[in-house]
Design a protein around this ligand. Structure first.
Ligand code: DGY
Length: 327
């Protein structure tokens, strides 16, 4: 029987799907495997069920020559060196689409919480500070009718745009390397603009771009200085896209009204300057975390692993070409 490593604790019934096909080594824990241990556990394994945090680089691949398939339960694959995998005939898959709507819902939750000061006011109430009603008590910004700016207009960006345009009557502007086809833009009234214009005009800016060397600190001090002091910033993409220190400074200095952050540089550590601020809503990388969606993400990784290792067609391979090369 072929051997597969499951690198994180996942849903037991989904483990059973893999167990019916492969001999399993299960790291049944929420702490990720450290690199030397990951490499040790991968010896003799042809497949890896990965949670997205494992670093799959050339060194690991060279140390694990039997590995044939790395199947991620996440859409983001910034910790995988895809070129190195492809060069060695290792199939890589991610989990797009199944999390699009759930993640877009959460972007809205964070954006609205930041704009309407939900966390800040709840903490105030829980502290027992609420003594009287005031005309401007936690008065924030409106979301309906405002300008929604989206940086990165892939599937999740478009799902956020749909919510904004059709549900909240927002004007949608976006910046992306490539412009959407007119038939996608038109129903949303979405307008492509230069990044600088996006930063200047957005009332609520949402970041949805993949993390790459080019998008590292795509929003730093210079970009934040262009934004309206009344604006909010929401990041559901990846830590490292925002310069967290610069963001904390902007939020503390009134350069920006509020932020909603689900991802952080160096997470699960969160920069103490952010933790000290009341005008930022902080959540622990849970944008895709509804039960049905997390299950769908795991099931899709399993579908990919089974197909990749049994001669099938993995539904969401990133480098399907390696299979035709006999990899
Ligand atoms: C993803 O799928 O990339 C989400 O960020 C969960 O990690």
């Amino acid at each position: 029987m072929q051997k597969v490593l499951i690198a994180r604790r996942i849903f037991p019934d989904i483990v059973l799907r893999l167990g019916a096909q492969f001999e399993l080594d299960i790291h049944d824990d929420d702490q990720p495997l450290q690199q030397p241990e990951l490499i040790r556990r991968l010896q003799g394994k042809v497949g890896l069920f990965a949670s997205g945090t494992e670093l799959i680089d050339a060194a690991l691949l060279d140390a694990c020559p039997e590995l044939r398939a790395v199947c991620l339960m996440t859409v983001g694959y910034n910790n995988v060196d895809l070129a190195a995998c492809t060069a060695r005939g290792v199939l890589v898959s991610n989990a797009p689409d199944v999390l699009t709507e759930t993640t877009a819902d959460f972007a809205f939750a964070l954006m609205m919480a930041a704009a309407r000061r939900v966390s800040e006011s709840e903490h105030y109430l829980r502290r027992g500070d609420w003594k009287e009603w005031r005309v401007d008590l936690f008065a924030g910004a409106d979301v309906h009718g405002a300008t929604l700016g989206i940086l990165g207009m892939g599937r999740i960006g478009q799902a956020i745009a749909r919510r904004g345009a059709l549900g909240f009557g927002m004007q949608v502007i976006y910046h992306n390397r490539s412009r959407l086809a007119p038939e996608l833009e038109a129903p949303l009234g979405a307008r492509w603009v230069e990044k600088e214009q996006l930063l200047r005009e957005a009332d609520h800016l949402v970041l949805v771009l993949p993390y790459t060397p080019e998008s590292h600190h795509a929003v730093g001090a210079a970009e934040l200085s262009l934004m309206k002091p009344s604006a909010t910033l929401t990041n559901i993409a990846r830590g490292g896209i925002v310069d967290d220190v610069a963001l904390a400074r902007a939020l503390a200095g009134g350069q920006l009204a509020a932020a909603g952050l689900d991802v952080f540089e160096g997470e699960p550590q969160v920069h103490p300057d952010l933790l000290a601020l009341s005008n930022v809503v902080l959540t622990p990388h849970i944008a895709s975390a509804s039960v049905p969606t997390r299950r769908a993400m795991c099931n899709l990784a399993v579908d990919n692993l089974i197909a990749a290792l049994t001669g099938g067609v993995p539904p969401t391979a990133l480098n399907a070409g390696v299979l035709s090369l006999g990899g």
